[in-house]
Design a protein around this ligand. Structure first.
Ligand code: NAD
Length: 440
């Protein structure tokens, strides 16, 4: 079986490598020439654990290729997966479908056989039907059919998520498309991953509903964290207390600086617009968007308050820049407004992230210093702000921090440190939604 994947980013490259690992012959068509050149040299343009090995092995086995042209990529392909970006459109928050329709048009014009066009990108409800209409208009003779197969992988654990998914959702009205996708995902039947077959609109909406719900869960615990701070409760314990209830579940109950990343911010905005236009506005999702935006914007003030209300001339070490650990993705990362706010308030910021510094540099204000490791970032710092909970930061002992830093102030936006240990080491410690520790 042969397929083509259009777009070799986080989703396209991971899906392509994983389908190849299933034994399928996969051509990943990437328009960005520099990215394609890297892939051809065996280098991976993004950081995703395990992806380098998976790509190398499947490329060496001849199952994974990065062709120069779309025509070459889709020759004899039974399905063409669209995995291009769908960013938020400037101004109104709708999903921008420019890349999707450009890719679909290219595929339709290049095809000489009736392949199935499958959207893996997150696309608004109704897109699949528009793609079908476009294909019918441009190439009526081919009988192209469409399916929606939204992707639920998470950056940082993308390969496991793809190989051992909680479920696969396939929306289509075509028996042929159903048969092709069933065959493609056959290895998952063996591990009993449920494959949920639906109509097109249902599959498209399922992806937005999933992300909307998860974003709401994070935002809920963030609001509870604010309340904890006012009443002297500890949000970690509240999260455990509610998360052990099987109806609620423990995941996505980690209070923090607000969600970022390539999906939740744009998908909540798009869901809001989809719901408004459909005449069924979602007040819940609108509130999630507002509360989260306010939260991210308020993080700099939180740090400034922890530093006594004035950060002019202070050296602030920021550990973690990516929107979450195990990725280099900086899209909508909470570190961005935080650092801009600190710099605007007169702080000297020195930042370190194990993977995201190259991507962060062009997005941060002039004057931010980038340290080669966490020790160098902390050396002589007046305050530590932990923004992204990479494992290597979890093991930073308070005694070590005390040796490196000039002043003992820690703002822990991910609650990874133990407040009691911080207290014992003489630190002023400010977590999220837990009582602050005031230096002795
Ligand atoms: P990305 O920006 O990393 O990758 C998109 C790639 O497509 C880019 O490399 C771009 O150069 C390429 N491209 C654009 N137009 C092309 C064309 N016509 N031909 C060939 N290549 C083209 O984006 P991503 O993070 O992989 O997201 C892709 C889609 O998947 C989005 O809709 C996103 O919402 C969805 N999604 C993302 C994730 C995630 O964790 N990143 C998870 C689930 C779903």
């Amino acid at each position: 079986m042969k397929i083509a994947i259009i777009g070799g980013g986080y989703v396209g490259l991971v899906s392509g490598a994983c389908f190849a690992e299933f034994g399928v012959t996969v051509a990943v068509v990437e328009a960005h020439e520099a990215k394609r050149a890297m892939l051809l040299e065996g280098r991976i343009p993004i950081y995703e654990p395990g992806l380098d090995r998976l790509v190398a092995e499947n490329a060496a086995a001849g199952r994974l290729t990065f062709p120069a042209t779309l025509e070459e990529g889709i020759a004899e392909a039974e399905a063409a997966f669209i995995a291009v970006g769908t960013p938020a459109r400037r101004g109104d928050g709708h999903a921008d479908l420019t890349f999707v329709f450009a890719a679909v048009e290219q595929v339709v014009m290049a095809l000489d056989h009736p392949a199935i066009i499958v959207t893996k990108s997150t696309v608004p409800v109704g897109t699949g039907r528009k793609i079908a209409a476009l294909a019918r208009r441009l190439r009526p003779e081919l009988g192209i059919e469409v399916a929606a197969n939204p992707e639920f992988l998470r950056e940082g654990s993308a390969i496991t998520d793809f190989m051992r998914p909680d479920r696969v959702v396939v929306g289509t009205e075509s028996e042929r498309a159903r048969e092709v996708l069933r065959r493609l995902y056959r290895p998952l039947y063996l591990i009993e991953a449920p494959i949920v077959f639906t109509g097109l609109e249902t599959a498209e909406l399922t992806k937005y509903a999933a992300n909307g719900f998860l974003a709401m869960k994070i935002t809920f615990i963030n609001e509870i964290a604010n309340l904890c701070e006012q009443v002297g409760a500890d949000v970690n314990d509240v999260a455990r207390g509610i998360g052990l209830d099987g109806r609620i579940g423990k995941k996505f109950l980690h209070a923090g600086p607000g969600f970022g990343g390539s999906c939740f911010p744009k998908d909540t905005l798009a869901l809001m617009r989809i719901a408004e236009e459909a005449g069924a506005p979602s007040r819940l999702i609108a509130a999630v968007v507002d509360v989260n935006d306010e939260r991210k914007a308020a993080m700099a003030a939180r740090v400034i308050a922890a530093c006594g209300g004035d950060v002019r001339g202070l050296r602030i070490a920021v550990l973690g820049l990516a929107f979450k650990p195990e990725t280099d993705d900086m899209r909508e990362a909470p570190s961005l407004p935080l650092i801009s706010g600190l710099v605007a308030a007169g702080a000297a910021v020195v930042a370190f992230d194990p993977e995201a510094m190259a991507g962060a540099k062009p997005l941060l204000p002039e004057g931010v210093e980038f340290a080669p490791d966490s020790g160098a970032a902390l050396y002589g710092a007046d305050a530590l702000v932990l923004v992204t909970e990479w494992n290597e930061f979890r093991s930073l002992a308070p005694a070590r921090l005390g040796q490196l830093m000039r002043q003992k102030i820690v703002v822990d936006l991910r609650n990874v440190f133990d407040p009691a240990a911080m207290r014992a080491a003489g630190f002023a410690y400010h977590g999220i939604g837990r009582p602050a520790v005031v230096a002795a």
